[in-house]
Design a protein around this ligand. Structure first.
Ligand SMILES: [Zn+2]
Length: 308
């Protein structure tokens, strides 16, 4: 992405070479760790080890080849609030997913079986090779996630749920998970639930969670990539446009992993042809304090825009 901002750091030599390898390293190493640990220690530890590996690599690369100086974690006033929202969202989502599987799925399955219609819904091709099932799962989950994300932007009363994620003045490793707990919960019902209900096995769906987690879409890492890569996967440059204050781009590039859904629905912007100005939202009413942020989905339109 060409950009003239003085905050963009130029690199030469070894660091410049590293900008070419950053994305493949950041995606493949945590996924290899996940693949090994899930087989050796089970799903819970597998995703935990992959998360640790992901964050260690992001922090390391943000330290060695940061993209922008003004997106530093060191000067970020919201860092501890971000950590709180990440922890709450992850634990909330895991708890809700377990509850959903144990309670709702069992109840719904019982009803379907009682009416002898469960075979109509259980259409998942579980006889296909695992790798093909994982690819299908990622593709379908991304489609559902695209719809969920687009609704959060398009529906006025849903936007306050998503606003916490967008009212940031910088992007880095701790901004991706900075979502309101209600938004995190929405993913369980809109993305996980439909796939589980059509019979997608939990050990296949967990791969979508892993793939989604390892993509460094919010990381402040300088990457040099051939133009076509931005069409294949959601790169940081693609996702930076989504966080632009310019709502033409803000209401686009909704995908988390596969831009194909944005391309299909005409909401894709390629970072080589479109350039963002600043990160955030014009109508930023988000309080700086934690309690105000937690209440913001209910108070957003009553909150006053802070004086600049
Ligand atoms: Zn968004």
């Amino acid at each position: 992405m060409t950009h003239s901002s003085p905050s963009i750091i130029p690199y030469t030599g070894v660091k410049d070479s590293l900008t070419w390898f950053a994305l493949p390293i950041l995606i493949t190493i945590p996924l290899c760790v996940f693949s090994y640990c899930i087989a050796a220690f089970g799903t819970g530890r597998g995703i935990g080890m992959a998360a640790v590996c992901t964050f260690v690599l992001w922090f390391l690369f943000e330290w060695i080849i940061p993209y922008r100086r003004d997106w530093s974690k060191r000067t970020d006033q919201q860092l501890y609030n971000n950590l709180f929202h990440i922890t709450l969202s992850i634990t909330g989502r895991i708890g809700l997913q377990q509850w959903f599987k144990v309670v709702v799925f069992v109840v719904i399955s019982d009803v379907l079986i009682a009416h002898d219609v469960h075979h109509i819904f259980m259409v998942w091709p579980d006889q296909w090779p695992a790798i093909v099932q994982i690819m299908l799962c990622v593709f379908l989950a991304e489609g559902l996630n695209y719809g969920r994300h687009r609704l959060l932007h398009a529906v006025r009363w849903l936007w306050p749920i998503h606003a916490l994620h967008h009212t940031v003045d910088r992007l880095h490793a701790l901004k991706g998970g900075n979502t309101h707990i209600i938004e995190a919960a929405s993913g369980v019902f809109i993305v996980a639930a439909p796939l589980i209900l059509i019979g997608c096995p939990g050990d296949i769906f967990v791969w979508y969670g892993a793939v989604n987690m390892v993509f460094p879409t919010h990381a402040n890492i300088r990457m040099t990539l051939p133009s076509f890569v931005h069409y294949l996967v959601v790169t940081p440059a693609v996702h930076y446009l989504h966080h632009s204050k310019n709502m033409t781009y803000g209401n686009g590039n909704y995908a988390s992993v596969l831009p194909v859904w944005d391309i299909l629905f005409g909401t894709y912007y390629h970072p080589d042809h479109h350039h963002y100005d600043t990160i955030g939202v014009e109508d930023d009413r988000m309080p700086n304090h934690l309690m105000g942020q937690l209440l913001s989905p209910f108070t957003w339109y009553r909150l006053k825009k802070p004086e600049v």
